[in-house]
Design a protein around this ligand. Structure first.
Ligand SMILES: Cc1cc2nc3c(=O)[nH]c(=O)nc-3n(C[C@H](O)[C@H](O)[C@H](O)COP(=O)(O)OP(=O)(O)OC[C@H]3O[C@@H](n4cnc5c(N)ncnc54)[C@H](O)[C@@H]3O)c2cc1C
Length: 353
């Protein structure tokens, strides 16, 4: 893999666009990035009409809309894909009877990088703050970018259990159900923690991969009834309801999980992999109290994706919009760009308030 010098995205050298400069070969994700590089504008540009934060369905749709509406936009994202990458089976996105998350995201990415190019940078935003007539957005490497408006589409992150061993064995047995994680537990005994739809979907995916699956839920299973009925028939599944995870143990990598059962007994389950699926929390901390959040720490938005702070827009799972779905996040991203455009146009004609 090579790194695109403009946006810092990892690119496969056999598929990437290339350019020669001072004897060196550079690799690019798209014609847009190569053009920028060739015009010798590596990453110095710092002032935009709109900065879109995030790389999931909401942000990618927002970016494509920004491109089609000729908004001078910049996307800053930790990754391109977001949670949708983890979905092994999407059956509810219009236009496709069935598609995997990675396939759908490849199509979104293609639209952004090749059909409707928008400047972009792979980085983590650490804060957003009001500045002069607009906002500054600061990334993890302490660079600051400025824009008239900001669109936050940072989605949600998986909740942690916060028990001993969870951090120590991250990616060395403690996993979260990404498609690529299943390869680690081929033929092994595994545990799945959680009792909702995500956890039971993981159990379904593991059925043919793992040898024995232990499902540990701290309450009665709460997934859809049809899903519960299906997994309960699996011969290689053992279910522990009303059980608490106490700790993860191991040496070089995970070798087991200790739980307290419904009867209050401590039980050690030898496993080589554990999948934690206990829900999500919204990635709203970068706004640091500038906009109103609800009690779940979701950004409160009006139907047009405006927040309580003029000029900051939000879309997708990070907001209080009803329905955490790809199609909803995408639509909200489009809506937020339309609202941001209205704001930018008014600002350009009327000047700042
Ligand atoms: C296992 C699983 C299966 C699912 N299956 C389906 C399904 O079948 N159908 C369906 O409709 N929905 C499904 N969903 C839900 C769907 O994936 C989400 O509703 C959707 O992805 C939300 O999109 P989003 O853009 O709002 O947020 P996300 O997808 O969460 O994307 C957020 C983006 O923001 C980035 N980001 C976060 N913080 C920062 C920061 N500080 N700086 C820069 N970037 C940041 C993230 O890296 C990510 O790129 C599933 C979810 C999971 C986890």
């Amino acid at each position: 893999m090579e790194i695109d010098p403009v946006c810092k995205m990892e690119v496969n050298e056999t598929e990437a666009l290339t350019a020669r400069c001072n004897g060196a070969v550079y690799y690019f994700c798209s014609h847009g990035c190569r053009e920028k590089f060739m015009k010798a504008h590596p990453e110095g540009r710092r002032l935009y009409d709109l900065i879109i934060i995030g790389g999931g369905p909401a942000a990618l749709t927002a970016a494509v809309y920004a491109s089609t509406m000729k908004i001078d936009a910049f996307v800053i994202a930790r990754d391109l894909g977001g949670q949708a990458l983890d979905s092994s089976k999407i059956e509810n996105y219009m236009g496709y009877d069935f598609i995997t998350g990675p396939e759908l995201i490849d199509k979104f990415k293609g639209q952004l990088l090749h059909s409707h190019y928008v400047d972009h940078l792979m980085n983590m935003v650490v804060s957003v703050g009001p500045y002069a007539d607009g906002f500054t957005v600061t990334t993890a490497d302490r660079r600051t970018y400025a824009a008239t408006a900001v669109l936050v589409a940072t989605g949600m992150a998986r909740r942690r259990l916060n028990v001993p061993g969870e951090e120590e064995f991250q990616r060395r047995g403690v996993l979260y159900g990404n498609i690529q994680d299943y390869a680690f537990v081929q033929g092994e005994d595994v545990a799945v923690i959680g009792g909702g739809n995500s956890a039971l979907q993981i159990v379904e995916n593991l059925r043919a991969v793992a040898r024995q699956v232990h499902l540990v839920s701290d309450e009665k299973l709460s997934a859809d009834a049809a899903l519960i009925e299906r997994v309960k028939k699996f011969e290689n599944l053992r279910i522990y309801e009303n059980a608490t995870v106490m700790e993860f143990t191991g040496n070089e990598s995970l070798t087991g999980v200790t739980i307290r059962t419904e009867r209050g007994e401590s039980t050690h389950i030898p496993v080589n992999g554990v999948f934690i699926a206990i829900g999500f929390h919204p990635n709203s901390a970068i706004l640091g109290g500038i906009v109103e959040l609800n009690d779940r720490r979701e950004i409160e938005i009006a139907p047009d994706c405006t927040t309580s702070y003029p000029g900051i827009f939000a879309a997708g799972d990070v907001t209080n919009a009803f329905g955490k779905r790809i199609i909803i996040a995408s639509a909200e991203g489009a809506k937020a760009t339309l609202a941001a455009r209205r704001f930018i146009m008014n600002r350009n004609t009327e000047g700042p308030a």
